[in-house]
Design a protein around this ligand. Structure first.
Ligand SMILES: Cc1cc2nc3c(=O)[nH]c(=O)nc-3n(C[C@H](O)[C@H](O)[C@H](O)COP(=O)(O)OP(=O)(O)OC[C@H]3O[C@@H](n4cnc5c(N)ncnc54)[C@H](O)[C@@H]3O)c2cc1C
Length: 313
């Protein structure tokens, strides 16, 4: 792993994969490091079957299908795709950087960080009366949509991920109820309009999940109003999806000396970080107006690779 690469991409999610394609296009000697055993990031590991509607050129494509397309596009060019390799440390060496990884050092002239949110740790409700049903009808991560066919589903969460699950299941489940602790749902206005109009979907704001009941698996849910009072009637449900976000795990990049805004790396308009020759793109980066969308990340990583080219001279 000691050859000096022109560019090393840290993180094999959709943005890292597209970055690898961009590096290949410029005939850069590239490597991609991915800590998990498969590339694809959140799409592959958190929502392989969920349709994505907002990537240009694809009216609808599942997470896994988009990863397949990205892999095919990236691997037109020779590159080292190193899975099961976690970037852990960084030191400056003459002419570039040495990335310390779980499998030894990788030397590179330029780094493009596309590590997303780090690990995929779903934010949990941490209510014992709820979490004890995980694996028995309660899901923090959904891999197989067919497990919800014909079921009464409760989706907990008011953001885009929760709305996406509700939409993906609306025509498969017998009924979908989506609850959110606030009085306004936070998802895209279009998702909300479609969910509100769907005959098999009920949106309930100002509710949280208080407890789950069932003998072997989920049978009913007890909801609580935002003022703390318990909703008198139990909600009969067979499946519960909790989609209240992911916990960021990007602290190591702070240790590398990069300037962070909270959990994200601050970048300029060319995606440069505060360290020369280190660029960032996708969910891990931030700048005024940043949106965490795949479509936005594609543009960012194309810019980062172009800027790398100028940096390499
Ligand atoms: C349920 C859900 C639904 C979504 N739906 C949509 C949607 O419809 N449309 C949309 O545009 N966006 C959607 N998103 C958001 C979208 O998935 C993210 O914006 C996108 O995945 C960001 O891509 P990324 O490559 O920056 O990061 P990620 O997909 O998070 O990939 C980062 C990769 O880096 C790896 N990594 C992390 N740290 C290291 C390390 N130290 N060393 C090596 N590898 C490392 C990780 O394992 C991971 O594979 C959704 C998200 C969720 C959770």
């Amino acid at each position: 792993m000691r050859d000096m690469r022109d560019v090393t991409i840290v993180g094999g999610g959709p943005i890292g994969l597209f970055g690898l394609y961009c590096a290949g296009l410029h005939h850069l000697k590239a490597a991609l490091l991915e800590r998990l055993d498969r590339v694809g990031g959140q799409l592959e590991h958190l929502y392989p079957e969920k349709p994505i509607y907002d990537v240009g050129g694809f009216p609808s494509i599942t997470g896994r299908q988009l990863v397949q397309q990205l892999k095919q596009q990236a691997l037109q060019y020779p590159a080292d795709v190193l899975t099961g390799v976690e970037a852990r440390g960084l030191q400056e060496i003459p002419g570039g950087y040495r990335v310390e990884t779980s499998q030894g050092p990788v030397d590179t002239r330029v780094l493009v960080l596309t590590a997303g949110i780090g690990e995929f740790i779903p934010r949990r409700l941490n209510v014992a009366a709820v979490d004890q049903f995980e694996g028995r009808g309660l899901y923090y991560v959904v891999h197989d949509l067919s497990e919800f066919d014909g079921k009464r589903v409760l989706v907990v969460g008011g953001g885009d991920s929760a709305a996406d699950w509700a939409m993906a299941l609306a025509n498969r489940a017998s009924h979908v109820t989506m609850i959110h602790r606030r009085d306004q749902f936070q998802c895209h206005v279009d998702s909300q309009a479609k969910l509100q109009a769907h005959p098999r979907v009920t949106l309930l704001p100002n509710r949280t999940l208080n407890a789950v009941f069932g003998r072997d698996s989920v049978e009913s849910a007890q909801l609580q109003f935002s003022d703390g009072s318990v909703v008198p009637d139990l909600l009969d449900v067979d499946r519960i999806i909790v989609a209240i976000g992911l916990l960021p795990g990007t602290a190591i990049f702070h240790e590398w000396g990069l300037q962070m805004d909270g959990h994200e790396i601050r970048v300029g308009t060319d995606m440069s970080t505060t360290m020369p020759g280190v660029f960032a793109a996708g969910d891990i980066c931030t700048y005024p107006g940043k949106v965490k969308l795949i479509a936005a990340g594609f543009g960012e990583v194309a810019t980062a690779v172009e800027a790398s080219l100028h940096y390499l001279g």
